[in-house]
Design a protein around this ligand. Structure first.
Ligand code: FDA
Length: 303
């Protein structure tokens, strides 16, 4: 009830007020701030991945500007010797306007990243994008070995068959597929997605086992302690090398669990969203995830 009320009110509030709610989860408005936080996290033993926030784009010019902004992030990561890479959302590069243009934009980013030895993760968006993002990943994985990865979502019924498709088409010991496995954040129809907590977690574990078994690189992206506990055990039982996995968490979310995972000696990557478009992003995230509203509210009002 309280979450719904806060969600309804937030978009009408002044940005400075919403910033109070969001700042724990957004690294800052500028690239300088993102680099500075990256340096601190690197010092604390975490890798990072930077995500430039943005609203839905309307034309090719905006897609081009976003590409240029990512080129600049790559330059700064290299110049500052940051242990980390970038995460890209294909719609931000024009996926829903012109697929070919989007591919060329992302390809340029990946090409530059490859020349710098920096990793690029293709975030997974809603289900209208899934096939297109898989196709894009297959092409880039082959052209730029060990440079690019994809996200898969455990809440989708199709995800196991997507892993099998990638295994068959592009996976090899020299150039293993690199998958960030998350639960999935978008609102999907129940005909294509699991809705219940336990069903999503069961599918998560099934896919995690499969990825370990085929020797893919896995980014275990979750703040769910039930899942991190299972992952620790699988890593131990299956003797998974630290070269082949890392835990991944969002900036500001469950810092205790992050510290706990690090203290057990596991590699950790932190996802860092930044940018001047933080307002729209925050409102959307808050509307998508009512739990987050409560979480943020608790952290601000300390109840
Ligand atoms: P779950 O939702 O069960 O949460 C576990 C615990 O963490 C709960 O206590 C919950 O309240 C808390 N929590 C979780 N998320 C929180 C948040 N944002 N703020 C405050 N508390 C929170 N999704 C997607 O569709 N495409 C993508 O590309 C990505 N990329 C991605 C990268 C990384 C590094 C992470 C960690 C997550 C994503 N996600 C994503 C989001 C993911 O799909 C999922 O929605 C969230 O991680 C929440 O799921 P959990 O696995 O954390 O479990």
């Amino acid at each position: 009830m309280l979450s719904k009320l806060i969600m309804a009110i937030l978009p009408k509030m002044p940005q400075s007020f919403v910033w109070l709610f969001s700042k724990k989860y957004i690294v800052g408005r500028s690239l300088e701030e993102a680099i500075s936080v990256s340096q601190k996290l690197n010092e604390g033993g975490c890798r990072i991945t930077i995500d430039l926030l943005g609203e839905f784009i309307e034309d090719a010019q905006e897609a081009m500007e976003n590409k240029e902004a990512y080129m600049k992030i790559l330059d700064e990561l290299k110049a500052n010797n940051i242990n980390g890479g970038v995460s890209v959302k294909p719609t931000f590069f024009g996926l829903l306007l012109d697929e070919k243009m989007c591919f060329e934009n992302i390809r340029e980013v990946v090409k530059k990243a490859h020349s710098y030895g920096i990793f690029v993760r293709i975030d997974m968006e809603d289900s209208q994008c899934t096939d297109r993002e898989l196709d894009m990943y297959e092409k880039l994985h082959t052209e730029f070995p060990n440079t690019v990865g994809l996200v898969l979502q455990a809440y989708l019924h199709r995800t196991m068959s997507d892993v099998e498709r990638l295994e068959k088409n592009i996976h090899s010991p020299e150039n293993p597929i690199n998958i960030r496995l998350c639960k999935g954040i978008y609102v999907e129809d129940e005909s294509i997605s699991y809705k219940k907590y336990q069903e999503i977690n069961d599918n998560y574990v099934k896919i995690l086992k499969k990825l370990f078994d085929i020797k893919a690189f896995v980014g275990i992206a979750t703040h769910d302690k039930n899942l991190t506990d299972i992952a620790y055990k699988l890593i131990e039982d299956k003797q998974i090398s630290q070269e082949m996995y890392e835990f991944q968490m969002l900036y500001g979310v469950q810092p205790k669990l992050r510290r706990h995972t690090l203290s057990k000696g596991h590699p950790m990557k932190v996802y860092l969203p930044y940018g001047k478009d933080w307002f729209g992003y925050s409102i959307r995230r808050l509307q998508e995830n009512p739990n987050m509203v409560m979480h943020i509210t608790k952290s601000v009002f300390r109840f």
